[in-house]
Ligand binder design. Structure first.
Ligand code: KMH
Ligand code: ZN
Length: 271
């Protein structure tokens, strides 16, 4: 089972939790602890020094270097960024090559309500981002906030923008989108093309129970402060590694073994 940790996100603030990693060094230190706790991959966003969401290439470079000097966890850069960002800003992490090249990048395949906002992903923009991911020679994690985003992945394959079978991440529980319900997960995992891999990122209080559902169903799982800051009701996680450790405990209790980054690379066909 591949455990991914979405460590930073674009929405959570230091006012909500003092444990959110913001600087490259904080991200590197927490990532190493996540790896130790059982994560094979981290999904990364970056922030400016004052905590504002950014997708700046140099901030990504600094964070990636701080992670890689400490551990071998796979690094997936976000191309979603924060609502309202333009495509070039969103794709900052895709400009990094050589030793700083990310292992994977997220790709959301449709527009969706996002709480009071709209996460804007019109079809030409999705194709633009998919082409940049392909040009970098890495594979996307296809992020589906709603069921139609699976169908759009099939359209992207037909048009040559992505390869399938692929790796899907079902993001369940965002306000205005598909909610974190077991039947939604069961529909989606049956709906993706045969041979594809999947994980699920459930929001808020659903995060840790969904690790167990994913474990039971033979899938992979994403946890982390991007989606949930609480270890239990009213108890903040004192770092992403605490969420990963709890996820690892629950997955193992369901009889799953956790993939190393190298094993995850093979399972997700990252080459
Ligand atoms: N912050 C959300 C608006 C991604 O990383 O690709 C989008 C997001 C998706 O987090
Ligand atoms: Zn993200």
């Amino acid at each position: 089972m591949v455990l991914t940790c979405a460590m930073v996100g674009a929405e959570v603030t230091r006012e909500q939790t003092p444990y959110l990693p913001i600087t490259a060094q904080e991200i590197g230190e927490d990532a190493a602890k996540c790896r130790e706790a059982g994560a094979a991959m981290v999904h990364l966003h970056v922030r400016t020094a004052d905590g504002k969401p950014s997708q700046d290439a140099e901030l990504f470079r600094a964070a990636i270097r701080e992670v890689r000097k400490r551990c071998d966890v796979l690094i997936q850069v976000s191309t979603g960024g924060a609502v309202g960002m333009g495509v070039d800003e969103r794709c900052g992490g895709l400009t990094l090559t050589g030793a700083d090249r990310p292992d994977m990048a997220s790709l959301t395949t449709g527009t969706v309500n996002f709480g009071p906002d709209v996460f804007w992903n019109p079809r030409p923009l999705v194709r633009d981002i998919a082409a940049r991911i392909k040009a970098l020679g890495i594979r996307p994690e296809i992020e589906c906030f709603d069921a139609g985003m699976v169908d759009e992945a099939l359209a992207l394959q037909k048009e040559g923008f992505i390869e399938l079978p692929g790796h899907f991440d079902f993001v369940l529980g965002v306000g205005g989108a598909l909610q974190a319900r077991p039947e939604a997960l069961d529909f989606l995992r049956a709906y993706i093309p045969a041979g594809s891999t999947w994980s699920c990122a459930a929001m808020g209080r659903h995060q840790l129970p969904f690790v167990e559902l994913c474990a039971e169903r033979g899938g992979n799982s994403r946890v982390g402060m991007e989606d949930n800051i609480f270890l239990s009701k009213g108890v903040l996680a004192k770092g992403n590694h605490e969420l990963v450790a709890e996820a690892a405990k629950r997955a193992r209790a369901k009889g799953r073994t956790l993939a190393s980054p190298q094993e995850a690379r093979e399972l997700l066909r990252l080459g």
